[in-house]
Design a protein around this ligand. Sequence first.
Ligand code: TYD
Ligand code: MG
Length: 459
Amino acid sequence: MAKPRRRFVCQACGSLSNRWQGQCADCGEWNTLVEEVPETVFSARHHLSSGGRAIAFEPLDAPGERLQRRATGLAEFDRALGGGLVPGSAILMGGDPGIGKSTLLLQAAARIAQAGGRAVYISGEEAAGQVRLRAERLGLAGAPVSLAAATSVRDILTTLGGPEFLGAAPALLVIDSIQTMHSDQIEGAPGTVSQVRGCAFELIRYAKENGVALVLVGHVTKDGAIAGPRVLEHMVDVVMSFEGERSHQYRILRSLKNRFGPVDEIGVFAMAGQGLEEVANPSMLFLSGREEPVPGSAVFPAMEGTRPVLVEIQALIVRLASGATPRRAVVGWDSGRLAMLLAVLEARCGLNFSSAEVYLNVAGGYRLADPAADLAVAAALISALGDRPLPGAAVWFGEISLAGEVRPVAHSAIRQREAAKLGFTRAFGPAGGGKTEAGVSYVEIALLPNIVDRILSPA
Ligand code: TYD
Ligand code: MG
C-alpha cells in the first residue's frame, strides 16, 4: 500500500500543500503551514457508489414561502442583518478581542428569550459563571437563556437533539467562539483549520436542518481578517464584523456578506456601563455639540452604507519659525489623501502650508473612508490656516480632483436630509451634484479656489 501523502494546510487561507514551506504559495503569509491528518468525515466517495436518491426540482417561485425573519428586538442588530435573523441561516461574527461580541450576542439572546423564543448561548471561552456575571451586570440575569460552557460539538449537538429540545429547536444558537470548538471526528487541536472547518460544517448542518439561526463568533487576526480558513466565510450566509476603537465608546456592526439582505448596512452601538446601547441617531455621537463655530472645524455628512452619519473634522495648523521639517499627523483619515489635498491647496489655491505643522482629526474616534470627505477636510484646513471659523450651521461634501475641481459624489440628497434633521441650514457641495433638500440651502462649489475667498475674506 502506498504511504499516505502528508498534507500541510495554511492556517491563514486554507490552501493545501504536500510539503512544508516557510511561506504559503497562495496567500504569501509566513509560517502558517501546519501538518494535518486528512479528514475522513466529509469524504463523499462512498456515497456515490449506490443507493442515491433522485433529487426533486423546485420552481424558482414558491408562493407562501417568503423569507421569514425573526427580529431580535435589538433594532440596530436587526438593521445590520437586513431585517432580523433568518431561520436556518449561519452568521459569522468577527471583531477584535474585547470589542463587545460576547456582550452583543448575550443581549440579543436575552431579548429573544424574553420575547418567548428559545435562545441557546454556548461559551467555549468563559465559564458559565463568568457569563452569568456579565448577564447580571447587564441586568439580564432573569432572561431565560439556555446557557452552557462547552467545547465539544458532539456534546452540543447531542444536547440539542435530546429530549429537552424535542420538537422545539432554538430560534438562536450562539457559539462563542468557533475557534474553541472541537470535534472528536476530526484530528487536530481546536483552532486548526480542519477543526474550525469541521465544527462549523456540523453546526451549520444542524442549523439548516432545524431552522435555527446560528451565530458563530470568530476571532480576528492582527490584520483584521477572521482567523481560520477563508472557507469559513464561504460556508456561512452572513459575515459581520463588529468594529470600533476600544478607547471610544461607539461600535459599528457591519455586514460584509449577506445572502439575504444588503451589505453595507450598519448598526451603531455605544458601550456603556450597562452593556451596548443602541444608537438610533449616530450623528449625535460624532458631533462635538459646540454652539460657537471655531476655526478649523468642518462638519461632513458621511455615508455608512445607506446610512448618513454626520462627523466633525478638525484641523490645526501650527506655524513653525525655524526650518525644521513640519509634521503632518492624521487620525481617522488617510494620510496619503491629506498630502494630496495639501498639494492641491498649494498648487491651485496659492495657500502655503510648507512651513506649518498640520494636524487633522476626525472627532469621536471615527474612521473615514468616504472620498466625499475631501471638501470638508479642505474647508477645515483653509479655516485653520486663516484662523477664521467656517460659516455656521453648514455641512461640506465633495471629492476634490488634482486639478482642484469639486466632483459630484453619491447620495447628495440623503446627506442633506440628515444635515437638516440635525439643524444644519446650509450645504456646500459640488456643482450640478445636488439640489436643495428640505430645510437646507445648497451652495454649489465648482472649484476649490472658489471657497478660499469665501472662508478667508471678512463677511
Ligand atoms: P466582550 O463582549 O467580552 O468582548 P468580546 O467578546 O468581543 O471579546 O466585551 C468586553 C469589553 O466590554 C470589556 O472590555 C468591558 C466592556 N464592557 C462594558 O464596558 N460594559 C459592559 O456592560 C460590559 C458587559 C462590558
Ligand atoms: Mg468574547
